[in-house]
Ligand binder design. Structure first.
Ligand SMILES: *[C@@H]1O[C@H](CO)[C@@H](O)[C@H](O)[C@H]1NC(C)=O
Ligand SMILES: *[C@@H]1O[C@H](CO)[C@@H](O)[C@H](O)[C@H]1NC(C)=O
Length: 423
């Protein structure tokens, strides 16, 4: 019961953070931050993705696609590089990148040119499309439902099942249609890999549109999850999600000025609190000290969390608790209505016939080696499985790690190049 109490507390705290956004904004304005510390880091924490990318003189296009169930998703495209390959080249492949839980397309640019994956791919001449899942900062719109409706969670009634089943196909089709291409490469991180496996199993015709898929920190099975907070909450996930629904909370950890303010005030260089900030992030996110550039913490916090539904979290909790990779468990009565059976069906991974490469690490609390091995075994056409050579490399390091390029991205780009020639 103590753990359930803790869980409810966390949930309410997260929800309560949102209405205070205005107050925090006041605080930010009145605090000495107002300009005294404004350098690149603080500016980068406040700019949105299009502003940030353009600031560094890269081309950036915004695209919007409306899903069949009414969500308006924002996509960000870097069509070519700035230094090398600085012209559009219709012969170059598309690389579609998809962010993780609580994140957004910002993941792939916030570390800046030379370090962030989005820029690195663009410099290699790829046409980079960055997706945004329904509910995050860039995809927080719907043709009918209001994400901010009080005591009405209709907008938020989705998990990553819908993101994989509906959002990914919509965004992939849009990018292919817009460019006249037939197929693309896909790189996902964390939930960005989960949703791919969902798509591949529920919409198998999409496998043919994938030249190669690269899963960084792959998450499907979570039976061996080692994350203390996720493990503590997992047994209550279905109850919690129902409870949240009852009290009208659909969104979990929205992007708000609180985190930006905390990042800039408490977590910047030369502030004693920075160590505390970093520690909180290590525990929450599965970080690793060596790979974490503390100077960049305000930028990371300025863009994360970007918003997600309570149900996305609950769906992962069900996977940890039930040790299976299944569709969302609504409880018996609604399961019968939605799936025609008492328990949710498992995702059939053998239907994921796109060529998949898994990139994983020993120290990743969310993608344990045993779970990754099981995933690899059950996928329809797995090609390669690569363990990061640095043993301490962790989950978040795939996006923000100081050595992500040398340890992970270079290999992915070699594989992409090889698949372009042979695929
Ligand atoms: C693209 O490929 C075609 C056919 O191989 C070639 O004729 C054309 O010059 C290429 N375009 C660019 C911009 O490289
Ligand atoms: C950390 O980030 C700062 C600011 O972008 C940069 O100047 C520095 O080189 C980075 N450090 C490492 C080790 O990458």
């Amino acid at each position: 019961m103590l753990r359930l109490g803790l869980a409810v507390g966390l949930l309410l705290a997260a929800a309560a953070a949102s209405p205070h956004a205005e107050y925090i904004e006041q605080l930010m304005k009145s605090s000495e931050l107002g300009g005294r510390y404004s350098n690149d880091i603080y500016e980068d924490a406040r700019l949105d993705v299009p502003e940030l990318v353009r600031k560094y003189n890269y081309p950036l296009e915004e695209h919007f696609v409306t899903t069949e169930d009414g969500y308006i998703l924002g996509m960000h495209r870097i069509p070519h590089g700035r230094d090398a390959n600085n012209r559009p080249d219709p012969n170059k492949s598309i690389v579609f990148v998809m962010h993780g839980l609580f994140s957004s397309s910002a993941d792939f640019v916030l570390m800046g040119p030379g370090t962030a994956l989005g820029y690195i791919l663009a410099e290699q001449g790829y046409d980079v499309w960055m997706g945004n899942a329904r509910g995050n900062y860039y995809s927080r719109r719907h043709t009918r439902f209001n994400p901010d409706a009080i005591l009405n969670t209709r907008f938020w009634e989705f998990s990553w099942d819908e993101i994989g089943n509906i959002d990914l196909p919509a965004m992939i089709d849009y990018a292919l249609e817009y460019t006249g291409k037939k197929r693309l490469h896909y790189i996902g991180h964390s939930q960005g890999t989960t949703v791919f496996f969902v798509m591949g199993s529920l919409r198998p015709d999409y496998n043919e549109k994938i030249i190669s898929m690269h899963a960084m920190g792959p998450v499907a099975y979570m039976a061996h999850n080692r994350h203390i907070i996720f493990n503590a909450l997992a047994p209550y996930s279905t109850d919690l999600s129902r409870l949240a629904n009852l009290v009208g909370i659909g969104e979990f950890l929205p992007n708000n000025n609180l985190m930006t303010w905390a990042g800039q005030t408490l977590c910047r260089d030369e502030v004693v609190f920075q160590a505390v900030c970093s520690n909180v992030m290590f525990v929450m996110g599965g970080w690793n000290r060596e790979q974490h550039n503390t100077t960049m913490l305000p930028v990371k916090l300025g863009h994360t969390p970007a918003g997600a539904s309570v149900r996305q979290l609950a769906h992962y909790g069900q996977g940890i608790d039930g040790k299976r990779f299944r569709r969302f468990d609504y409880g018996t009565i609604r399961n019968l209505r939605v799936y025609g059976r008492r328990n949710p069906p498992a995702y059939d991974l053998s239907k994921v016939t796109a060529p998949v490469f898994l990139h994983y690490s020993e120290n990743d609390p969310f993608a344990h080696i045993n779970d990754v091995t099981r995933l690899f075994r059950e996928l329809g056409a797995p090609i390669g499985k690569f363990r990061v050579t640095n043993r301490r490399f962790s989950h978040i390091d795939f996006m923000w790690g100081i050595d992500a390029k040398t340890l992970v991205y270079n290999r992915i780009m070699n594989l992409i190049q090889a698949m372009d020639i042979h695929g």
